[in-house]
Ligand binder design. Structure first.
Ligand SMILES: Cc1cc2nc3c(=O)[nH]c(=O)nc-3n(C[C@H](O)[C@H](O)[C@H](O)COP(=O)(O)O)c2cc1C
Length: 226
C-alpha cells in the first residue's frame, strides 16, 4: 500500500516551524491521496538511543543472534520496518549546531544497518558499501536561525544539515530528493517572514510532484485469481 513516513526531529513540540511544514505536507498529501498509509515517527519527542557496544555486537553478529541481541535490535528492526514500507519519507528537521539534531542522527544510526539497509563487500573495491533499498522519495523540510547554507551561499561551509542527510539518503533507498527550507528564524525580520512564506508556498507543488511518482500498486500487483 502506498506509504508516507513522516519523521519529526525538532525537540520543540509546541511551536516548531519544521513540524508546521510537515503538517502542511501531510495535509496536502491527504487531500490528494486520502487512502495512503501514514507512519509517524517523532524522534524529536522520543529520541532513539545512541549506539552502544551491545548494539554493535548484535548488528555485526555473524552467527545466530542470542535472545538478548535480538532484544537490543528490536527498535532498530521496527524503525527499519517503517522505512522499508515507505514510498515517500518526509524528514522535518531544524538545524542544530550546523548539522542535524542528535535525535535524527540516532535514527540514521539505528536504520543504516549492515545486511538490512546496506551490504558490504570488499570485492567491490574502494566503495564496498551498497544500499539494499531503492526507489524511495525523500522530502527534507528544514528550518535554521541563520541563513545562506545552500551551495554558493554566505554560510555554505557551515551548512552540514542538508548535505549530511543527502549523503546518508542513499542508504534509506532514496534516489529522488527534494528540499524546502526556512531561514533567518533568529532574526525575526522581513527576510524570515518572506522565507517562511516561500517555504509554505512551495509545499503544494512538492506534494503534487512527489505524489505523481508514487507507484500504482493496484496495477503493479494485479489481484490473483483464486
Ligand atoms: C539547540 C539549538 C541549536 C541551534 N543551532 C543552530 C545553528 O547551528 N545554526 C542555525 O542557523 N540555527 C540554529 N538554531 C536555530 C534553529 O535551527 C531554528 O530556531 C529553527 O527554526 C528550529 O526549528 P523548529 O522550529 O522546527 O524547532 C538552533 C536552535 C537550537 C534550539
Amino acid at each position: 500500500m502506498p506509504t508516507l513516513l513522516r519523521l519529526d526531529a525538532s525537540a520543540n513540540t509546541s511551536s516548531s516551524l519544521t513540524r508546521a511544514l510537515a503538517d502542511r505536507f501531510v495535509c496536502e498529501w491527504r487531500a490528494l491521496r486520502p487512502d495512503d498509509r501514514l507512519i509517524r515517527r517523532d524522534v524529536g519527542a522520543t529520541p532513539p538511543p545512541a549506539l552502544s557496544q551491545a548494539f554493535l555486537a548484535a548488528a555485526f553478529e555473524k552467527g545466530e543472534r542470542s535472545t538478548e541481541q535480538k532484544a537490543v535490535l528490536k527498535l532498530s528492526d521496527e524503525l527499519i520496518g517503517e522505512l522499508e514500507a515507505a514510498d515517500v519519507i518526509v524528514i522535518a528537521t531544524p538545524m542544530y549546531n550546523y548539522g542535524m539534531p542528535a535525535a535524527l542522527k540516532a535514527w540514521f544510526d539505528q536504520v543504516i544497518r549492515i545486511n538490512k539497509t546496506f551490504s558490504f563487500d570488499l570485492a567491490r573495491g574502494d566503495r564496498p558499501l551498497e544500499p539494499i533499498l531503492n526507489g524511495k522519495m525523500l522530502a527534507v523540510l528544514t528550518s535554521s536561525g541563520e541563513f545562506g547554507f545552500a551551495p554558493g551561499g554566505f554560510n555554505e561551509s557551515a551548512g552540514h544539515l542538508v548535505p549530511h542527510i543527502r549523503t546518508c539518503a542513499k542508504y534509506l533507498g532514496a534516489d529522488h530528493i527534494r528540499h524546502v527550507g526556512i531561514e533567518y528564524q533568529e532574526f525575526g525580520d522581513e527576510r524570515h517572514r518572506a522565507s517562511k512564506e516561500a517555504a509554505f508556498a512551495a509545499i503544494p507543488e512538492l506534494v503534487t510532484e512527489l505524489s505523481s511518482r508514487v507507484p500504482d500498486y493496484a496495477r503493479a500487483e494485479p489481484a490473483r485469481a483464486s
